[in-house]
Design a protein around this ligand. Sequence first.
Ligand code: UD1
Length: 376
Amino acid sequence: MKESLRVIISGGGTGGHIFPAVSIANAIRLQHPDAKILFVGAEGRMEMQRVPAAGYEIIGLPVAGFDRKHLLRNISVLIKLMRSQLKARRIVKAFQPDVAVGVGGYASGPTLKVAGMMGIPTLIQEQNSYAGVTNKLLAKQASKICVAYEGMERFFDKEKIILTGNPVRQGLLQHNMSREDAVRSFQLDPAKKTVLIIGGSLGARTINNCVMQGLDKIRQSGVQFIWQTGKIYISEARAAVSRAGELPMLHTTDFIADMAAAYRAADLVISRAGAGSISELCLLGKPVILVPSPNVAEDHQTKNALALVNKEAALYVKDAEAGVKLLDTAIATVQQPDTLNKLSTNIAKLAFKDSANVIAGEVWKLAATYRKEHGR
Ligand SMILES: CC(=O)N[C@H]1[C@@H](OP(=O)(O)OP(=O)(O)OC[C@H]2O[C@@H](n3ccc(=O)[nH]c3=O)[C@H](O)[C@@H]2O)O[C@H](CO)[C@@H](O)[C@@H]1O
């Protein structure tokens, strides 16, 4: 080949979109070490920090989501969308990709739309059991659609669908830290059972409230906790902890950069049922109590969760019941080795092992055809 492979990857908004994108980029780099990869995200969103932290260049579009409650505000959203399309066009023209990959979220809309209009092949990756709005809009012109759940032909053309599972960051699987070192890295005691509490990439209000109201219970439990609050809840959480006094058995943080260490330290996880977290928990065989968010499109987190619960691969606490049940269930379960073993064995059976590599292979196939046609 004359020139190196050139790929645009676009999307973001939450970790659930960003981390699969990074994982696909890493797999492309492994298969094609001289590949040029450019991310296109949304200004001010999480990807603008997380993507450079993963070692990739990103350009932001001034894009924003539609406001379904205040329709008048959408005039500015429309203007931003038009400006984003113009900017996306300039980016695609200058970068000259062989293929564009969309992972869902606002930015992937304008980017993949203009790439498609310019004749560049596009691939989209849908993480959930219910298709996102942007991916549904982009599906018509997409050449391939990589999905993580069966039954996605209700949203997409059957011929384009490939069941790949969700790509997971490679660093989560390729590490050899001991449990003791992992627990110590959170300033906790390796002799104690540890519960990891994660509320998705942005944090979860209900789960945070359970912890804030249960600080005395935590103190007396004999168990220790790693608690990720999310960026917007951290000051409230820290204030509650400092009011409660010394709590050496609780590590509080807004965001965990080293999720490999957090999972390694955990004997049990409490989590929202976002697609990314579920894929990771399956691959690592982690016992988990799922508390699906009720505030997502078509209640898709409950569907994500029930797919596991029905196979006895996870415990389930409804958001509305978390206040009375969640901490008690966690404190009891983490001290029952048989239950933990059964959950771990069953959830590991649901893992997709090689998702990022399979998707990177599909990206290359599309690019290779385009390059041949364009003499690149
Ligand atoms: C509220 C909302 O809209 N949630 C959606 C969002 O989830 P959201 O982005 O919250 O969650 P996911 O579970 O998909 O992914 C979270 C990712 O963030 C990482 N992580 C999390 C916490 C932390 O401190 N550090 C860290 O690195 C996890 O390891 C995981 O890779 O996208 C998912 C995938 O489209 C959807 O299924 C969710 O419904």
